[in-house]
Design a protein around this ligand. Structure first.
Ligand code: GLC
Length: 443
């Protein structure tokens, strides 16, 4: 066994831990909590600078009487999602589990339920890997900085000064809650910490201690990079020799990065683009800017073509129901995944230039051509003349013959195919969201 440097060994360990993640490629993010009642997004308390008592009104009515995490899990399964992450606690500090360290929790609200436990049970029952989102920020806790903080709801109020606040006591509380989640709910596949900003980053959270606790209590669990990063920086995970607190994967937010994420040595870094279905993470009753299923399918293909994942968000409403629009979109995505999942799961970058007409994904000798644009003439596989053993339309297995039409003869170095073999054309596309051809490459 070659004697690898510490950093090389650590990167190998990270790659081993992330194998399932890089196979899964597609997950569900669930943002849910008290903020679903005001229904103006998960930052509503901070954005509207709400006083504590004003926000507590929602606690007193959080019954979530129609919440059934088994419905959430069934929808994720139908959509072809392989992992799911629930906000156990968001920045407002409201806990969806029966924490012993706070009364601001769903088991004391009218719901009287431990939704973390119900979520984990429901998704595990569907064979879906599970993760928890945990906010490092806690606007409800008296020892978290208020006046002058960049985000706190009471940031502008000098009467909310921080002289009497004990941040060490806050850290003991925060670490204690993390320990509860890592010890009280069985095996977790992923922990999604959120987020660092200004000096509130890294060792300010005692990130090293958090990571050591995570590795000790949940050895195979993945941790994101936001113990010292956020949506506007990937942090140290891109370094050649990242500290433990840099985490196992990066999470670009509301964007598919221009190219796959690589570290200083050019090595691929596991990543997932976390993206909302409309423009809000938490439920927003007025936000009707829904992405259509074609966009979602193409985003997913783009993520995989760049060695990344898509973590797609749903925001259940105050009753605990996933919005009908979200369910419709995910149902359409699931029907596409049913026929084309082989071009997503376990696939990654092809190493080829992005084709004009769509995207490539690849798994070993299987190259997947995701055709997103109808074309006149044969669809061109640039420079691939002689490299193709066979081609099949993935969703139905039908044979596609190499294009030999007279108008292709001037381009002998390329290979071509037609999606509509009988009419030698590519319109209309068999599946406008993405017509996928499975190409078996010669050895
Ligand atoms: C940002 C948002 C936060 C959301 C997270 C998900 O940090 O502020 O509300 O939970 O992104 O990526």
């Amino acid at each position: 066994m070659e004697n690898k440097s510490g950093s090389a060994a650590a990167l190998d360990e990270r790659a081993e831990r992330a194998k399932w993640f890089c196979e899964a490629r597609f997950g569900m993010f669930i943002h849910w909590g008290l903020y679903a009642i005001p229904a103006r997004g998960e930052w509503v308390r901070g954005a509207e600078r709400m006083e504590r008592d004003e926000y507590m009104r929602y606690f007193d009515e959080f019954a979530a009487e129609r919440c059934d995490p088994r419905e959430w899990a069934a929808l994720a399964k139908r959509a072809g999602m392989k992992y799911a992450v629930l906000t156990a606690k968001h920045h407002d500090g409201f806990c969806l589990w029966d924490t012993a360290l706070s009364d601001f929790k769903s088991t004391l609200a009218p719901a009287r339920r431990d939704f973390v436990a119900e979520f984990l049970e429901a998704f595990r029952a569907e064979g879906i890997r599970v993760g928890l989102y945990f906010s490092l920020i806690d606007w409800h806790h008296p020892d978290f900085p208020h006046f002058g903080d960049r985000h706190h709801p009471r940031r502008d109020d000098p009467a909310e000064g921080n002289e009497a606040r004990d941040f060490e006591r806050y850290l003991r509380f925060m670490h204690g809650q993390i320990r509860e989640l890592l010890t009280g709910y069985g095996r977790l596949d992923l922990m999604w910490f959120d987020f660092s900003y200004d000096d509130m980053s890294g060792e300010k959270w005692k990130a090293g201690e958090i990571m050591r606790m995570a590795r000790e209590l949940q050895p195979g669990m993945l941790v994101d990079n936001r113990l010292e990063a956020s949506g506007d920086t990937h942090g140290a995970i891109l370094k050649a020799d990242p500290p433990e607190s840099a985490g196992d994967f990066a999470c670009p937010e509301q964007i598919v990065p221009p190219e796959g994420l690589r570290n200083e040595l050019g090595q691929a870094v596991p990543w997932e683009a976390c993206i909302t279905l409309n423009n809000n993470w938490g439920y927003h009753s007025g936000d009707r800017h829904w992405k259509d299923s074609s966009l979602v399918i193409r985003m997913l293909a783009e993520c995989v073509s760049k060695n990344g994942n898509l973590l797609l968000n749903v925001g259940p409403n105050a009753r605990g129901k996933i919005p009908a629009e979200s369910a419709r979109i995910l149902g359409e995505v699931g029907r596409w995944m049913d026929g084309n999942g082989a071009a997503i799961y376990g696939c990654g970058s092809s190493g080829l230039e992005k084709p004009e007409w769509g995207r490539f994904t690849r798994r070993g000798r299987l190259l997947y051509a995701h055709v997103h644009e109808a074309r006149a003439g044969g669809i061109c596989l640039a420079g691939m003349a002689g490299r193709i053993e066979k081609m099949r339309l993935l969703r139905d297995g039908s044979e596609l013959l190499p294009g030999r039409h007279w108008n292709l003869k001037p381009y002998p170095e390329h290979a071509f195919f037609f999606l509509n073999a009988d009419t030698l054309d590519n319109y209309p596309l068999p599946d406008p969201a993405g017509s996928v051809v499975e190409i078996t490459l010669r050895e």
